[in-house]
Design a binder for this molecule. Structure first.
Ligand code: JFZ
Length: 477
């Protein structure tokens, strides 16, 4: 009896031991499996991050496109001019969903020509594009399988915009990105039908919103990646109360799992600091670059950032907004941004017919002409470590990993241009880009570098000069 008990006990102990062992092994193999498929994209090494961001950092200049059914009313609803930015007309004009849908039903951009748009980007010297796949109004510009509120199923036009544009962009060597709104004024589970911006939300709202993220937003985002291979996901509308920091991090992880080398802006997560939201230093905050809106950082930043800006006062087309910035201002903005280490995402708002407004085309073409001559100071460049500028009218850049330096003057210089913050190599030649021949120069420690500009050269400065780029071999100080 005793012995029996002992055997039973030993057997029991043995089986427990075996069970724990096999359990342990199962844990191990599960752990291994997780390690293979589950990469923690929120804690990426700096080397991996640099590699992924490389093309974007070199690109410097991109086109933002705000386009959707809001181009149809173009700022006027029922004969009334609606205040504010054009793509917000549904909210600002308190237009009910069913009534707004009529604008979508009338959206028929027969003049849309993807090739012409991509060619314009190329001619403007732009290297990438970010187009509204879905803005806050919830309308999809592509043939979505999880929604019929889209370009193909809902409009008389019936063709897929993102398909045409992504293909044309690839033909012209333009990287293709998509703006996607988390807030949705059309989807009932995102409380679109009751959206007011400020109302209190209930537990039920939160549960519904979570379901909207899982069943609608994520599947749509997946389509953007699998069907159009989008290179950038530019999220927005993350400020709605239903959306949480944890959901933001999960969305970032989800997108990276679908396309590991994709680039995602910081509006994917909640908690962006104001317009600038330069939170990358915070490891708990998802997003690859900051997105100051309608402004340029005051100082240079070592974080990645992109200024998005309109050319007039609206993102989406408004027929009566004629407040266009001059080409000179736009070129100066680009130079200022690049000297501080950022990118410029410049917006166009096409018409309901599918045309990019003529004032935008003119300015972009003029910027392209300036870049065709001066682009080597912009693309593939790096900011100066110490001083990005001298006074208000001189900016510096340098070609990555070289001793090629650029001083860009935003105003017509005097006959002697004095430059501090750099020491030329004794045998450096100095040129003004776009002009043949070398310029005379001298250098001493107290007064710095003096470049002598002949009178015939100076008299060549006119209204369409915008800025002059001087190329120097040397080092920054
Ligand atoms: C958002 C959109 O609401 C707007 O329609 C447009 O698409 C723009 C590019 O982005 O607008 C914002 C986003 C962020 C702030 C303000 C407006 N912000 O940080 O204060």
């Amino acid at each position: 009896m005793k012995r029996r008990k002992r055997i039973t006990t030993s057997l029991l102990l043995l089986s427990i031991l075996l069970m724990t062992l096999s359990c342990k092994n199962q844990d191990k193999s599960q752990e291994l499996q997780d390690a293979v498929v589950k990469v923690d994209y929120l804690n990426e090494s700096e080397a991996d991050f640099d590699k992924r961001m490389a093309w974007w950092r070199d690109a410097r200049f991109g086109m933002f496109i705000h386009w959707g059914p809001y181009a149809v009313p173009a700022g006027t609803h029922k004969g009334e001019k609606i205040k504010g930015i054009g793509e917000w007309i549904m909210e600002r004009g308190k237009i009910p969903i069913a009534e707004y849908e009529n604008y979508a039903r009338a959206f028929n951009p027969v003049d849309f020509n993807a090739d012409a748009w991509a060619k314009l980007m190329k001619d403007a010297g732009m290297k990438y594009v970010v187009i509204t796949s879905k803005h806050h109004d919830g309308f999809a510009l592509w043939d979505s399988k999880v929604s019929s509120y889209d370009m193909v199923d809902f409009t008389p036009y019936g063709k897929d915009i993102l398909k045409q544009l992504s293909e044309a962009c690839r033909t012209y060597g333009i990287k293709f990105g998509t703006y996607h709104s988390i807030m949705d004024w059309h989807h009932p589970m995102a409380q679109g039908d009751t959206y007011t911006g400020n109302r209190d939300i209930t537990e039920e709202d939160k549960i519904e919103f979570e379901a909207y993220l899982e069943q609608y937003l994520k599947p749509q985002v997946k389509e953007l990646i699998t069907a159009y291979d989008t290179d950038i996901l530019w999220f927005d509308g993350e400020w709605v109360k239903e959306f949480t920091h944890d959901q933001g991090k999960a969305l970032y992880q989800y997108v990276r799992e679908l396309k590991p080398d994709i680039i995602i802006n910081n509006r994917v997560d909640k908690g962006r600091q104001g317009m600038q939201g330069m939170n990358k230093e915070d490891a708990d905050y998802a997003g690859d670059f900051g997105t100051p809106e309608q402004e340029i950082l005051e100082q240079a930043s070592s974080l990645d950032w992109e200024s998005c800006m309109t050319m007039n006062d609206t993102w989406g087309f408004k027929s009566y907004d004629h407040n266009w910035k001059s080409t000179s201002t736009l070129v100066h903005n680009l130079i200022d941004i690049v000297s501080k280490g950022g990118n410029y995402l410049l917006n166009v708002g096409p018409t309901a017919e599918g045309l990019i407004p003529e004032p935008s085309v003119t300015r972009l073409t003029e910027m392209g002409s300036w870049l065709a001559v001066n682009g080597e100071a912009i693309y593939n460049s790096q900011r100066f470590q110490n001083n990005f500028k001298q006074g208000e009218s001189i900016r510096f850049t340098k070609t990555k990993g070289t001793n090629t330096l650029y001083a860009i003057t935003l105003e017509k210089p005097e006959s002697v241009l004095t430059i501090k913050h750099m020491v030329p190599e004794p045998n450096s030649s100095i040129q003004l880009l776009g002009h043949p021949g070398d310029l005379e120069w001298d250098y001493n420690e107290t007064s710095g570098l003096s470049i002598h500009l002949p009178e015939d050269l100076l008299s060549g400065w006119n209204d369409t000069t915008y800025a002059w780029t001087f190329k120097i071999t040397g080092k920054e100080i």
